[in-house]
Design a protein around this ligand. Structure first.
Ligand SMILES: [Fe+2]
Ligand SMILES: [Fe+2]
Length: 265
């Protein structure tokens, strides 16, 4: 019997009224998944825990999740992560993938994940005039010069890459297939806008090259294995075959209209 993994990303529940949130969570409950995957941008710093608890109360399955940039808005990365770690500690359902070992989800498949961060390395950061809300609404990124900010983006991307290098190798030691959940897409080919790869102005803020490089490094050495990456953040759906054994899928999203991604495992 095949398992039902429900994947949602960029649900931005803070854009909904309470009845609308309840309706969406009711839909998740009615799907009775074997596991739920949440790819980040769930809400904002002040209300992410409330929304996650509502999902926990409604869904019987394990809830594997990563956080997205919006989840830290009007707060700090450090304090939101601490709050989330406290929440997860007392739950039998939540798995915060940034902190987790690989999870066995089928006989020959493991799940890993990390929120990742757009690390400024793809595209042309120096010339880019994009000013994300991240750079004014997240404590660690605000009040920095453009190049101080780039150093911080590199640090966040590198942290994700180190963690995923470790977990991907661990997962592939015992599995033919690995599923990796991220918020930020690791490849520019998976970072699209209206059907085309995003341009050099936007790529620095929408893709995590450090993580993409690690995935290429790992998959070049593991020709007989397969890696599927599920990301979000761009809100523009895409599917990119990066290598013969590496596919990167990005979920679509619209503010105010959270949806289950059309994807089957
Ligand atoms: Fe989003
Ligand atoms: Fe995002």
């Amino acid at each position: 019997m095949s398992s039902k993994f429900l994947w949602i990303t960029d649900i931005h529940l803070d854009f909904l009224s309470t009845p609308e949130v309840d309706r969406f969570i009711g839909k998740l409950q009615s799907e009775s998944p074997d596991a739920l995957l949440i790819g980040g941008d769930i809400a904002m710093a002040s209300n992410i825990s409330v929304h996650l608890k509502k999902i926990e109360d409604a869904v019987d399955s394990k809830i594997h999740f990563v956080l997205g940039n919006h989840d830290f808005y009007n707060g700090s990365i450090m304090s939101v992560k601490k709050e989330i770690r406290d929440l997860v500690k007392y739950s039998s359902k939540f798995v915060y993938l940034d902190d987790s070992q690989p999870i066995q989800i089928t006989e020959d498949t493991a799940l890993v994940g990390h929120g990742c961060w757009a690390d400024g390395r793809n595209g042309d950061y120096a010339s880019s005039d994009v000013m994300l809300n991240d750079y004014v609404l997240i404590d660690e990124l605000k009040d920095l010069s453009k190049f101080q900010r780039l150093a911080k983006l590199h640090e966040l991307g590198d942290e994700a890459a180190d963690r995923l290098r470790h977990n991907l190798n661990l997962a592939f030691n015992n599995n033919k297939n690995v599923l990796c959940l991220t918020h930020v897409p690791p490849f520019k080919e998976a970072c699209q806008y209206q059907g085309h790869v995003a341009d050099d102005n936007f790529l620095p803020h929408f893709s995590c090259k450090a993580v993409g490089d690690v995935m290429l490094e790992v998959m070049h050495k593991r020709a007989d294995s397969n890696l599927t990456v599920l990301s979000g953040h761009t809100h523009n759906p895409s599917r990119a075959q990066i290598l013969g054994n590496l596919v990167a899928i990005t979920g679509g999203a619209e503010y105010g209209k959270p949806a289950v991604q059309d994807w089957t495992w």
